[in-house]
Design a protein around this ligand. Structure first.
Ligand SMILES: Cc1ncc(COP(=O)(O)O)c(C=O)c1O
Length: 425
Protein backbone atom coordinates (compact mmCIF):
# COMPACT_ATOMS: atom_id res chain seq x y z
CA UNK A 1 0.00 0.00 0.00
CA UNK A 2 1.25 3.46 -0.83
CA UNK A 3 2.27 5.81 1.96
CA UNK A 4 -0.26 8.38 0.80
CA UNK A 5 -3.15 5.89 1.09
CA UNK A 6 -2.04 4.96 4.60
CA UNK A 7 -2.01 8.61 5.68
CA UNK A 8 -5.43 9.20 4.07
CA UNK A 9 -6.84 6.05 5.72
CA UNK A 10 -5.55 7.11 9.15
CA UNK A 11 -7.01 10.61 8.74
CA UNK A 12 -10.39 9.15 7.72
CA UNK A 13 -10.36 6.82 10.77
CA UNK A 14 -9.49 9.75 13.05
CA UNK A 15 -12.30 11.83 11.52
CA UNK A 16 -14.78 9.00 11.94
CA UNK A 17 -13.63 8.52 15.55
CA UNK A 18 -14.16 12.22 16.20
CA UNK A 19 -17.71 11.94 14.85
CA UNK A 20 -18.36 9.04 17.24
CA UNK A 21 -17.45 11.16 20.30
CA UNK A 22 -20.04 11.06 23.10
CA UNK A 23 -22.67 13.78 22.71
CA UNK A 24 -23.17 16.67 25.09
CA UNK A 25 -25.54 15.58 27.88
CA UNK A 26 -25.11 18.26 30.52
CA UNK A 27 -27.73 20.70 31.81
CA UNK A 28 -28.24 22.63 35.03
CA UNK A 29 -30.84 21.51 37.60
CA UNK A 30 -34.41 21.26 36.33
CA UNK A 31 -36.91 23.37 38.37
CA UNK A 32 -37.76 20.40 40.65
CA UNK A 33 -34.15 20.14 41.86
CA UNK A 34 -33.64 23.92 42.08
CA UNK A 35 -36.65 24.05 44.40
CA UNK A 36 -35.42 21.06 46.38
CA UNK A 37 -31.99 22.74 46.74
CA UNK A 38 -33.70 25.84 48.12
CA UNK A 39 -35.65 23.74 50.62
CA UNK A 40 -32.48 22.00 51.85
CA UNK A 41 -30.70 25.35 52.26
CA UNK A 42 -33.67 26.79 54.12
CA UNK A 43 -33.62 23.81 56.48
CA UNK A 44 -29.92 24.60 57.12
CA UNK A 45 -28.84 21.20 55.85
CA UNK A 46 -25.24 20.98 54.71
CA UNK A 47 -24.23 17.32 54.63
CA UNK A 48 -25.11 14.24 52.61
CA UNK A 49 -28.84 13.77 53.20
CA UNK A 50 -31.41 11.21 52.22
CA UNK A 51 -34.52 12.95 50.91
CA UNK A 52 -37.94 11.36 50.53
CA UNK A 53 -40.51 13.31 48.54
CA UNK A 54 -43.71 12.70 50.50
CA UNK A 55 -46.15 13.64 47.71
CA UNK A 56 -44.42 11.26 45.31
CA UNK A 57 -44.32 8.53 47.97
CA UNK A 58 -48.07 8.90 48.49
CA UNK A 59 -48.63 8.90 44.72
CA UNK A 60 -46.81 5.56 44.58
CA UNK A 61 -48.95 4.19 47.43
CA UNK A 62 -52.09 5.18 45.49
CA UNK A 63 -50.72 3.48 42.37
CA UNK A 64 -50.01 0.29 44.32
CA UNK A 65 -53.38 0.26 46.06
CA UNK A 66 -55.02 0.86 42.67
CA UNK A 67 -53.50 -2.41 41.43
CA UNK A 68 -54.07 -4.54 44.54
CA UNK A 69 -57.31 -3.27 46.08
CA UNK A 70 -60.14 -5.77 46.10
CA UNK A 71 -57.79 -8.49 44.79
CA UNK A 72 -55.07 -9.01 47.40
CA UNK A 73 -54.08 -7.78 50.84
CA UNK A 74 -50.98 -5.65 50.82
CA UNK A 75 -47.93 -6.35 53.01
CA UNK A 76 -45.38 -3.54 53.41
CA UNK A 77 -41.76 -4.68 53.02
CA UNK A 78 -40.13 -2.90 55.95
CA UNK A 79 -36.51 -3.53 54.95
CA UNK A 80 -37.02 -1.39 51.85
CA UNK A 81 -38.63 1.46 53.85
CA UNK A 82 -36.36 1.27 56.90
CA UNK A 83 -37.75 4.00 59.13
CA UNK A 84 -40.61 3.78 61.65
CA UNK A 85 -42.27 7.08 60.64
CA UNK A 86 -41.88 6.17 56.95
CA UNK A 87 -43.58 2.84 57.62
CA UNK A 88 -46.26 4.60 59.66
CA UNK A 89 -46.96 6.96 56.74
CA UNK A 90 -47.28 4.04 54.32
CA UNK A 91 -49.46 2.05 56.77
CA UNK A 92 -51.84 4.98 57.09
CA UNK A 93 -51.95 5.78 53.38
CA UNK A 94 -52.41 2.17 52.29
CA UNK A 95 -54.69 1.09 55.15
CA UNK A 96 -52.45 -1.94 55.76
CA UNK A 97 -51.12 -3.06 59.14
CA UNK A 98 -49.19 -5.94 57.55
CA UNK A 99 -45.42 -5.68 57.61
CA UNK A 100 -42.67 -7.95 56.34
CA UNK A 101 -39.50 -7.85 58.47
CA UNK A 102 -36.01 -9.21 57.82
CA UNK A 103 -33.91 -8.20 60.81
CA UNK A 104 -34.39 -9.18 64.45
CA UNK A 105 -33.69 -5.81 66.15
CA UNK A 106 -36.14 -4.15 63.76
CA UNK A 107 -38.87 -6.65 64.73
CA UNK A 108 -38.54 -5.50 68.34
CA UNK A 109 -38.69 -1.84 67.28
CA UNK A 110 -41.76 -2.45 65.11
CA UNK A 111 -43.52 -4.38 67.90
CA UNK A 112 -42.91 -1.46 70.26
CA UNK A 113 -44.04 1.25 67.82
CA UNK A 114 -46.95 -0.52 66.05
CA UNK A 115 -48.82 -2.64 68.62
CA UNK A 116 -51.50 -3.50 66.03
CA UNK A 117 -49.10 -4.65 63.29
CA UNK A 118 -49.22 -8.10 61.75
CA UNK A 119 -45.58 -9.12 61.19
CA UNK A 120 -44.41 -11.80 58.78
CA UNK A 121 -40.74 -12.66 58.55
CA UNK A 122 -39.35 -12.40 55.02
CA UNK A 123 -36.53 -14.83 55.69
CA UNK A 124 -35.90 -17.65 58.14
CA UNK A 125 -33.96 -16.52 61.20
CA UNK A 126 -31.48 -18.54 63.26
CA UNK A 127 -33.46 -19.81 66.24
CA UNK A 128 -31.09 -17.84 68.51
CA UNK A 129 -32.25 -14.63 66.79
CA UNK A 130 -35.85 -15.60 67.52
CA UNK A 131 -34.85 -16.19 71.13
CA UNK A 132 -33.29 -12.71 71.21
CA UNK A 133 -36.57 -11.24 69.99
CA UNK A 134 -38.41 -12.76 72.99
CA UNK A 135 -35.62 -11.71 75.38
CA UNK A 136 -35.77 -8.12 74.18
CA UNK A 137 -39.54 -7.95 73.81
CA UNK A 138 -40.74 -5.65 76.53
CA UNK A 139 -44.48 -6.27 76.42
CA UNK A 140 -47.02 -3.68 75.37
CA UNK A 141 -50.02 -4.18 73.11
CA UNK A 142 -48.24 -6.35 70.53
CA UNK A 143 -49.04 -10.02 71.12
CA UNK A 144 -46.35 -12.17 69.45
CA UNK A 145 -48.52 -15.30 69.86
CA UNK A 146 -50.98 -13.85 67.34
CA UNK A 147 -49.19 -11.06 65.50
CA UNK A 148 -45.76 -12.47 64.72
CA UNK A 149 -45.31 -15.11 62.04
CA UNK A 150 -41.89 -16.73 61.88
CA UNK A 151 -40.76 -18.14 58.54
CA UNK A 152 -39.44 -21.71 58.53
CA UNK A 153 -37.72 -23.39 55.61
CA UNK A 154 -36.60 -26.87 56.69
CA UNK A 155 -37.66 -29.67 59.06
CA UNK A 156 -34.50 -28.93 61.09
CA UNK A 157 -35.64 -25.37 61.65
CA UNK A 158 -39.12 -26.56 62.64
CA UNK A 159 -37.50 -28.78 65.29
CA UNK A 160 -35.40 -25.87 66.59
CA UNK A 161 -38.36 -23.50 66.83
CA UNK A 162 -40.48 -26.18 68.48
CA UNK A 163 -37.80 -26.61 71.12
CA UNK A 164 -37.58 -22.86 71.69
CA UNK A 165 -41.37 -22.57 71.91
CA UNK A 166 -41.46 -25.37 74.49
CA UNK A 167 -38.63 -23.83 76.50
CA UNK A 168 -40.38 -20.45 76.52
CA UNK A 169 -43.88 -21.90 76.92
CA UNK A 170 -44.72 -19.63 74.02
CA UNK A 171 -47.21 -20.32 71.21
CA UNK A 172 -45.85 -19.25 67.81
CA UNK A 173 -47.38 -18.64 64.39
CA UNK A 174 -45.17 -20.21 61.73
CA UNK A 175 -45.26 -19.86 57.94
CA UNK A 176 -43.45 -22.10 55.49
CA UNK A 177 -41.13 -20.70 52.82
CA UNK A 178 -41.73 -22.19 49.39
CA UNK A 179 -39.23 -22.34 46.55
CA UNK A 180 -41.36 -21.33 43.58
CA UNK A 181 -38.38 -21.01 41.24
CA UNK A 182 -35.96 -18.49 42.78
CA UNK A 183 -33.92 -21.28 44.40
CA UNK A 184 -32.95 -19.12 47.38
CA UNK A 185 -34.19 -21.68 49.86
CA UNK A 186 -37.57 -22.89 50.99
CA UNK A 187 -39.44 -26.13 50.48
CA UNK A 188 -38.42 -27.98 47.31
CA UNK A 189 -40.38 -31.22 47.53
CA UNK A 190 -43.75 -32.60 48.63
CA UNK A 191 -41.96 -34.88 51.07
CA UNK A 192 -40.21 -31.97 52.76
CA UNK A 193 -43.47 -30.02 53.01
CA UNK A 194 -45.42 -32.95 54.42
CA UNK A 195 -42.67 -33.64 56.99
CA UNK A 196 -42.76 -30.01 58.14
CA UNK A 197 -46.57 -29.94 58.31
CA UNK A 198 -46.61 -33.17 60.31
CA UNK A 199 -44.03 -31.82 62.76
CA UNK A 200 -46.07 -28.65 63.20
CA UNK A 201 -49.21 -30.73 63.66
CA UNK A 202 -47.55 -32.68 66.47
CA UNK A 203 -46.19 -29.56 68.15
CA UNK A 204 -48.11 -28.13 71.11
CA UNK A 205 -46.86 -24.64 70.41
CA UNK A 206 -46.30 -24.14 66.68
CA UNK A 207 -49.32 -23.13 64.61
CA UNK A 208 -48.98 -23.44 60.84
CA UNK A 209 -50.37 -20.21 59.37
CA UNK A 210 -49.47 -20.19 55.67
CA UNK A 211 -46.87 -19.86 52.93
CA UNK A 212 -44.46 -17.33 51.51
CA UNK A 213 -43.25 -17.83 47.92
CA UNK A 214 -41.09 -15.05 46.49
CA UNK A 215 -40.55 -14.90 42.71
CA UNK A 216 -38.55 -11.83 41.57
CA UNK A 217 -36.73 -13.99 39.01
CA UNK A 218 -39.78 -13.98 36.75
CA UNK A 219 -38.92 -10.48 35.48
CA UNK A 220 -35.17 -11.06 35.31
CA UNK A 221 -34.86 -13.95 32.87
CA UNK A 222 -32.64 -13.27 29.85
CA UNK A 223 -35.10 -14.95 27.48
CA UNK A 224 -38.87 -15.42 27.43
CA UNK A 225 -41.81 -13.49 28.77
CA UNK A 226 -42.36 -12.67 32.48
CA UNK A 227 -45.90 -14.04 32.19
CA UNK A 228 -44.53 -17.46 31.26
CA UNK A 229 -42.24 -17.59 34.30
CA UNK A 230 -44.97 -16.12 36.50
CA UNK A 231 -47.35 -18.88 35.48
CA UNK A 232 -44.67 -21.50 36.09
CA UNK A 233 -43.98 -20.11 39.59
CA UNK A 234 -47.71 -19.97 40.33
CA UNK A 235 -48.28 -23.56 39.28
CA UNK A 236 -45.58 -24.60 41.79
CA UNK A 237 -47.27 -22.44 44.45
CA UNK A 238 -50.69 -23.92 43.64
CA UNK A 239 -49.29 -27.43 43.80
CA UNK A 240 -47.91 -26.92 47.33
CA UNK A 241 -51.20 -25.40 48.49
CA UNK A 242 -52.99 -28.50 47.15
CA UNK A 243 -50.50 -30.83 48.85
CA UNK A 244 -50.92 -29.02 52.19
CA UNK A 245 -54.71 -28.93 51.93
CA UNK A 246 -54.80 -32.64 51.17
CA UNK A 247 -52.54 -33.41 54.12
CA UNK A 248 -54.24 -31.14 56.63
CA UNK A 249 -57.88 -31.63 55.60
CA UNK A 250 -60.00 -29.88 58.23
CA UNK A 251 -56.86 -28.48 59.82
CA UNK A 252 -56.00 -26.29 56.86
CA UNK A 253 -56.31 -22.82 58.45
CA UNK A 254 -59.39 -20.99 57.20
CA UNK A 255 -57.44 -17.74 57.29
CA UNK A 256 -54.24 -19.15 55.77
CA UNK A 257 -51.85 -16.40 54.80
CA UNK A 258 -50.50 -16.97 51.31
CA UNK A 259 -47.85 -14.40 50.49
CA UNK A 260 -46.12 -13.76 47.17
CA UNK A 261 -44.62 -10.99 45.12
CA UNK A 262 -42.32 -8.07 45.48
CA UNK A 263 -42.01 -4.72 43.76
CA UNK A 264 -40.69 -6.06 40.43
CA UNK A 265 -43.56 -8.53 40.02
CA UNK A 266 -46.60 -7.24 41.86
CA UNK A 267 -48.17 -5.60 38.80
CA UNK A 268 -48.10 -8.92 36.95
CA UNK A 269 -51.07 -9.98 39.09
CA UNK A 270 -53.45 -7.11 38.31
CA UNK A 271 -55.57 -9.58 36.31
CA UNK A 272 -56.14 -13.32 36.50
CA UNK A 273 -56.51 -15.95 39.23
CA UNK A 274 -53.60 -16.85 41.49
CA UNK A 275 -53.10 -19.15 44.49
CA UNK A 276 -52.00 -16.47 46.98
CA UNK A 277 -53.98 -13.85 48.90
CA UNK A 278 -51.47 -11.14 49.73
CA UNK A 279 -48.72 -9.28 47.89
CA UNK A 280 -45.59 -7.83 49.45
CA UNK A 281 -43.84 -4.73 48.12
CA UNK A 282 -41.77 -1.88 49.48
CA UNK A 283 -39.09 -0.55 47.13
CA UNK A 284 -41.55 0.57 44.46
CA UNK A 285 -42.85 3.23 46.86
CA UNK A 286 -39.53 5.09 46.79
CA UNK A 287 -38.31 3.60 43.49
CA UNK A 288 -34.51 3.35 43.53
CA UNK A 289 -32.88 2.84 40.12
CA UNK A 290 -32.83 -0.98 40.36
CA UNK A 291 -36.61 -0.67 40.08
CA UNK A 292 -36.64 1.25 36.80
CA UNK A 293 -38.42 -1.72 35.24
CA UNK A 294 -41.17 -1.98 32.62
CA UNK A 295 -43.40 -3.55 35.32
CA UNK A 296 -43.06 -0.40 37.45
CA UNK A 297 -43.44 2.22 34.70
CA UNK A 298 -46.31 3.90 36.59
CA UNK A 299 -44.24 4.41 39.78
CA UNK A 300 -42.19 7.59 40.24
CA UNK A 301 -38.79 8.16 41.85
CA UNK A 302 -39.39 9.45 45.39
CA UNK A 303 -35.97 9.29 47.07
CA UNK A 304 -32.69 11.07 46.46
CA UNK A 305 -29.32 11.50 48.09
CA UNK A 306 -28.55 15.21 48.24
CA UNK A 307 -24.95 16.23 48.80
CA UNK A 308 -23.13 19.57 48.73
CA UNK A 309 -20.48 20.43 46.15
CA UNK A 310 -17.22 21.21 47.98
CA UNK A 311 -14.93 22.25 45.13
CA UNK A 312 -15.10 22.87 41.39
CA UNK A 313 -12.49 22.91 38.64
CA UNK A 314 -12.98 24.33 35.18
CA UNK A 315 -10.90 21.48 33.79
CA UNK A 316 -10.29 17.79 34.36
CA UNK A 317 -6.93 17.07 35.97
CA UNK A 318 -5.73 13.62 36.94
CA UNK A 319 -2.45 13.28 38.82
CA UNK A 320 0.44 11.26 37.35
CA UNK A 321 0.13 10.59 33.65
CA UNK A 322 -2.38 13.33 33.06
CA UNK A 323 -5.02 11.83 30.80
CA UNK A 324 -7.57 14.35 32.04
CA UNK A 325 -7.11 16.66 29.05
CA UNK A 326 -7.47 13.73 26.65
CA UNK A 327 -10.58 12.51 28.47
CA UNK A 328 -12.26 15.91 28.37
CA UNK A 329 -11.24 16.51 24.75
CA UNK A 330 -12.83 13.24 23.76
CA UNK A 331 -15.94 13.58 25.93
CA UNK A 332 -17.59 17.01 26.42
CA UNK A 333 -19.27 15.56 29.53
CA UNK A 334 -15.88 15.53 31.23
CA UNK A 335 -15.01 19.19 30.68
CA UNK A 336 -15.55 20.23 34.30
CA UNK A 337 -14.85 18.68 37.69
CA UNK A 338 -16.88 18.76 40.89
CA UNK A 339 -15.93 17.24 44.21
CA UNK A 340 -18.84 16.29 46.46
CA UNK A 341 -19.18 15.89 50.22
CA UNK A 342 -18.98 12.10 50.52
CA UNK A 343 -19.70 9.66 47.75
CA UNK A 344 -19.31 6.11 46.48
CA UNK A 345 -22.79 5.23 47.67
CA UNK A 346 -24.93 2.63 45.96
CA UNK A 347 -26.39 5.44 43.84
CA UNK A 348 -26.30 7.11 40.41
CA UNK A 349 -25.90 10.84 39.73
CA UNK A 350 -29.29 12.29 38.78
CA UNK A 351 -29.08 16.09 38.76
CA UNK A 352 -27.56 18.22 37.31
CA UNK A 353 -28.09 16.09 34.23
CA UNK A 354 -25.08 14.37 32.67
CA UNK A 355 -22.79 14.06 35.70
CA UNK A 356 -20.48 11.04 35.56
CA UNK A 357 -17.98 9.30 37.84
CA UNK A 358 -14.37 9.16 36.73
CA UNK A 359 -12.95 5.63 36.72
CA UNK A 360 -9.41 6.92 36.03
CA UNK A 361 -9.39 9.20 39.08
CA UNK A 362 -11.23 6.56 41.14
CA UNK A 363 -14.06 6.60 43.65
CA UNK A 364 -14.07 8.14 47.12
CA UNK A 365 -16.34 7.91 50.13
CA UNK A 366 -14.81 11.16 51.40
CA UNK A 367 -14.70 13.56 48.42
CA UNK A 368 -15.99 12.03 45.21
CA UNK A 369 -15.00 13.38 41.80
CA UNK A 370 -17.83 13.93 39.34
CA UNK A 371 -17.36 15.30 35.83
CA UNK A 372 -19.84 17.29 33.83
CA UNK A 373 -20.09 19.43 30.73
CA UNK A 374 -19.65 23.17 30.34
CA UNK A 375 -23.46 23.44 30.45
CA UNK A 376 -23.31 22.64 34.18
CA UNK A 377 -22.65 25.69 36.34
CA UNK A 378 -22.43 24.15 39.83
CA UNK A 379 -20.61 26.21 42.45
CA UNK A 380 -19.26 25.20 45.86
CA UNK A 381 -22.17 24.72 48.34
CA UNK A 382 -24.67 23.94 45.54
CA UNK A 383 -26.40 20.57 45.80
CA UNK A 384 -25.89 17.47 43.68
CA UNK A 385 -28.63 14.80 43.66
CA UNK A 386 -28.19 11.08 43.20
CA UNK A 387 -30.73 8.29 43.06
CA UNK A 388 -30.04 5.28 45.28
CA UNK A 389 -29.82 2.00 43.35
CA UNK A 390 -31.60 0.30 46.28
CA UNK A 391 -33.20 1.60 49.46
CA UNK A 392 -32.70 -1.04 52.15
CA UNK A 393 -29.04 -0.36 52.97
CA UNK A 394 -28.62 3.11 51.44
CA UNK A 395 -31.37 4.73 53.52
CA UNK A 396 -29.56 3.76 56.73
CA UNK A 397 -26.38 5.72 55.93
CA UNK A 398 -27.46 9.35 56.37
CA UNK A 399 -29.14 9.74 59.75
CA UNK A 400 -32.68 11.15 59.78
CA UNK A 401 -34.47 11.25 56.43
CA UNK A 402 -35.33 14.77 55.23
CA UNK A 403 -39.00 14.68 54.23
CA UNK A 404 -39.65 17.04 51.32
CA UNK A 405 -43.13 18.18 50.45
CA UNK A 406 -44.09 20.80 47.87
CA UNK A 407 -41.15 23.12 48.30
CA UNK A 408 -40.13 22.55 51.94
CA UNK A 409 -38.45 20.09 54.25
CA UNK A 410 -41.43 19.39 56.48
CA UNK A 411 -40.23 16.63 58.81
CA UNK A 412 -37.24 14.48 59.76
CA UNK A 413 -37.76 10.72 60.03
CA UNK A 414 -35.25 8.65 62.04
CA UNK A 415 -34.15 5.45 60.32
CA UNK A 416 -33.98 2.02 61.96
CA UNK A 417 -31.06 1.74 64.36
CA UNK A 418 -29.14 -1.39 65.26
CA UNK A 419 -29.85 -2.38 68.86
CA UNK A 420 -26.76 -1.92 71.00
CA UNK A 421 -28.38 -2.82 74.32
CA UNK A 422 -26.81 -5.88 75.93
CA UNK A 423 -29.43 -8.54 76.52
CA UNK A 424 -28.46 -10.80 79.45
CA UNK A 425 -29.72 -14.37 79.19
C1 LIG B 1 -39.44 -12.45 50.72
C2 LIG B 1 -39.50 -11.14 50.02
N1 LIG B 1 -40.69 -10.65 49.67
C3 LIG B 1 -40.79 -9.47 49.04
C4 LIG B 1 -39.67 -8.72 48.75
C5 LIG B 1 -39.87 -7.47 47.98
O1 LIG B 1 -39.31 -6.31 48.45
P1 LIG B 1 -39.32 -5.05 47.51
O2 LIG B 1 -40.71 -4.76 47.13
O3 LIG B 1 -38.72 -3.98 48.33
O4 LIG B 1 -38.48 -5.40 46.32
C6 LIG B 1 -38.41 -9.20 49.10
C7 LIG B 1 -37.19 -8.44 48.78
O5 LIG B 1 -36.08 -8.87 48.96
C8 LIG B 1 -38.31 -10.45 49.75
O6 LIG B 1 -37.12 -10.99 50.08
Amino acid sequence: MKRRSIILGAAAAAGLGWLLRPGERGADHAPYFTRLSGALDKAALAKPTLVVDRSRLLENVRTLVGHTKGRFDYRIVAKSLPSLPLLGTVMEASGSNRLMLFHQPFINQVARRFPRADVLLGKPMPVAAAQNFYRQFDGGGFDPRLQLRWLLDTPERVAQYDELARALGQDMQVCIELDVGLHRGGVRSDQQLVTMLDMMGQSRHLNFCGFMGYEPHVVKMPVGEPATYRDRAMSVYRHYVDVAKARLGQDWPADALLNAGGSPTYELYSEGQYPFNELAAGSCLVKPTDFDLPTLADHVAASYIATPVLKTLDTLEIPGIDLGAVQSLWDPNRARTFFTYGGYWKARPESPQGLVNNPLFGRSTNQEMLNGSRNIHLQPDDWVFLRPTQSEFVFLQFGDIAVYDKGSIVERWPVFAEETRFAPS
